[in-house]
Design a protein around this ligand. Structure first.
Ligand SMILES: [Zn+2]
Ligand SMILES: [Zn+2]
Length: 177
């Protein structure tokens, strides 16, 4: 491995440096930060995006586009197709549950705000709105009796009556003079 002397010197130099860094970190009562920060760099950071498009079954979309095998009784694999033609696989979370279970949302043009992760086309939806007649609408579920908002359909946490889907045009804040 070390054919030349200077390789050994570099190696020793690096080792001494690393020991010095660890010693310095320990003196401050902290764990060595170098290893941890290298880890973060290599996985990258999630990116917040806003995409307009429609909910689709990815299995059917890939079948239509590329003749991907589609079993007769397949389980839908829900994802989002942006107007730019990009496909995203949706993570199923408390905030995105409605996108999976409420078929009414499958008919709408949606604007999803969420995060994608490096080297993936996974989408973690944090917020979704609809676009109707050129107007952005907030989408949420609501119990009139208790005035409680919910992210997904189901029974009201308070009175147990089913919450209703609300599609409400967003109020544009009036321009100040
Ligand atoms: Zn399907
Ligand atoms: Zn209620």
């Amino acid at each position: 491995m070390f054919h030349r002397h200077n390789h050994g010197i570099f190696y020793l130099g690096g080792l001494v440096f690393a020991v010095a860094v660890i010693a310095a970190a320990n003196m401050e009562g902290q764990n060595p930060a170098t290893v941890e920060s290298q880890g973060v760099d290599s996985i990258g950071t999630a990116e917040t995006i806003q995409i307009r498009g429609q909910l689709v079954c990815l299995a059917e979309a890939m079948h239509d586009l590329y003749r991907a095998d589609l079993p007769a009784n397949h389980e839908h694999l829900y994802g989002f197709k942006g107007t730019d033609g990009r496909f995203y696989t949706l993570l199923r979370t408390n905030l995105s549950e409605a996108l999976f279970v409420d078929k009414r949302l499958h008919q709408k043009t949606l604007i999803i705000t969420g995060r994608t992760f490096p080297k993936t086309h996974l989408l973690e939806a944090i917020r979704f709105q609809s676009l109707r007649d050129g107007v952005i609408h907030d989408l949420y579920y609501y119990c009139d009796t208790c005035a409680i908002r919910a992210a997904a359909p189901g029974d009201c946490v308070c009175c147990q009556a089913p919450v209703e889907l609300v599609e409400k045009p967003i109020k544009l804040s009036p321009l100040s003079d």
